[in-house]
Design a protein around this ligand. Structure first.
Ligand code: GAL
Length: 434
């Protein structure tokens, strides 16, 4: 039997551990987080009805059964002033029953509740930010039983420009959240500034790697001037292909509990066609970005639902697969690969056609089995993960037709004698295995 003093010292030790634990050690986001966020559809026009309505719609559509768990309230929820003791105050017109009530209602549906603030004097919508108020705000969020914090980068008073300056600013909130003792998923939103993939994995569960997404497939826009991941002006109006191209080399930095965030989904919003939306969803899943829906969920079309609930594609995000990487980028096509994490040697192959017409492509095994040459010699049974079609056993090369702005995603399963199965080599340890 444990004596009282022993119990006390155990609790103290646990409290110290919790206090010093890093966000990535908070046990959350073991697979990329999934959910819905208010911003892409509602921007600042949010209130209790929109958020609860969205949560109920998510539940009614059974999206929670596919993994969509968090309902995240974005910018514009507070009053423009803190109260006399320095605490943030919710807007009582938008939230007549308060934020705790909203959290309770969302929890009653079995969902998680997400909150928003900025590591700056103001949020991007010019509401009070959390810079220099981190502990007060984290305590308040914990009191409201918040499960998730999206933490933005606006009005940061020049506290950026080197990785260390940004790290120090974001680390304060990481500590404050852990100190509350409540597990709160920490989703950093500093738009890839100062290379967060190099320093955020020890303090956060995910970090945005680009400026804001827009529902445009592929278009240069001066408001999103960078086409490379090292970027001094991340901006907004970043197209789907712009973000994909920036994200391609960053997969190596992601691991369990620490993910590159390519921004919220534009599935179900105007402007992107069916092919473009499937491409968008596939790559977000394959690179293990958080899958946070951003459409008007209360008016979800059949087609939107079909895309968002493709179990095979969701499995690439949540299942036993590594983070995808790009094998090549040619004129109007890109080949992406995703290795199975079990010993099966299965691999997922995705061919993007970002050209302006439907086209035929040959995918050569040399471009699939990049390092393990003996794997090029055997046959693989191919399944199309969008049409669910069995494409039979394929050797040497795979031929696919891909629609304009579309994607082919195929699972290749070893189809030979398991006794002569080629070995899968490892060229470096995965961070998860260290
Ligand atoms: C941006 C952020 C968006 C949204 C917006 C709110 O900085 O990237 O996702 O949160 O602020 O004002």
């Amino acid at each position: 039997m444990i004596s009282i003093p022993q119990t006390t010292s155990f609790i103290l030790a646990l409290a110290t551990l919790l206090e010093t634990a890093l966000a990535s050690d908070n046990g959350l986001a073991l697979t990329p987080q999934m959910g819905w966020n208010t911003w892409n559809t509602f921007a600042c026009n949010i209130n209790e009805d929109t958020i609860l309505g969205a949560a109920k719609a998510l539940k009614k559509l059974k999206l929670d059964e596919y993994g969509y768990h968090y309902v995240v309230m974005d910018d514009c929820w507070s009053l423009h002033q803190r109260n006399a003791t320095g605490y943030l105050q919710y807007d009582p017109v938008k939230f007549p029953k308060g934020i705790k009530h909203l959290a309770d209602e969302i929890h009653a549906l079995g969902l998680g509740f997400g909150m928003y603030s900025s590591a700056g004097r103001y949020t991007c919508g010019r509401y009070p930010g959390s810079l220099n108020f981190e502990e007060k705000d984290a305590d308040l969020f914990a009191e409201w039983e918040v499960d998730y914090l999206k933490y933005d980068n606006c009005h940061n008073e020049g506290q950026s420009g080197t990785p260390l300056i940004s790290y120090n600013r974001y680390e304060v909130m990481s500590r404050a959240l852990n100190k509350t003792g409540r597990p709160i998923l920490y989703s950093m939103c500093n738009w890839g500034e100062d290379s967060p993939w190099d320093w955020a994995p020890t303090i956060a569960n995910s970090w945005r790697m680009s400026g804001d997404i827009v529902n445009v497939f592929d278009r240069y826009d001066d408001r999103c001037p960078c086409d490379d991941y090292i970027c001094r002006l991340p901006g907004h109006h970043c197209s789907i292909m712009n973000i994909i191209n920036k994200a391609a080399p960053l997969g190596q930095k992601a691991h369990t509990g620490a993910w590159n965030d390519l921004d919220m989904l534009e599935i179900g919003n105007d402007n992107l066609d069916y092919e473009e939306q499937k491409l968008h969803f596939s790559i977000w899943a394959m690179v293990k970005s958080p899958l946070i829906m951003g459409h008007d969920i209360m008016h979800t079309s059949k087609q939107t639902l079909e895309i968002l609930t493709n179990k095979d594609i969701i499995d690439l995000s949540q299942g036993n697969w590594g983070v995808a990487y790009r094998s090549y980028k040619k004129e109007h096509s890109q080949l992406w690969l995703q290795d199975s994490k079990d010993k099966s040697g299965n691999i997922v192959v995705a061919l993007i056609n970002n050209g302006d017409k439907d086209d035929d492509f040959s995918i050569h095994f040399e471009d699939i089995f990049l390092d393990e040459w003996d794997r090029r010699k055997v046959g693989y049974q191919v399944t199309d993960l969008w049409t669910k079609e069995d494409l039979g056993v394929v050797k040497h090369k795979l031929k696919v037709k891909v629609k304009r702005h579309g994607i082919f995603v195929g699972k290749l399963a070893f189809a030979g004698d398991p006794n002569v199965k080629p070995k899968v080599k490892k060229y470096h340890a995965e961070p998860d295995e260290l």
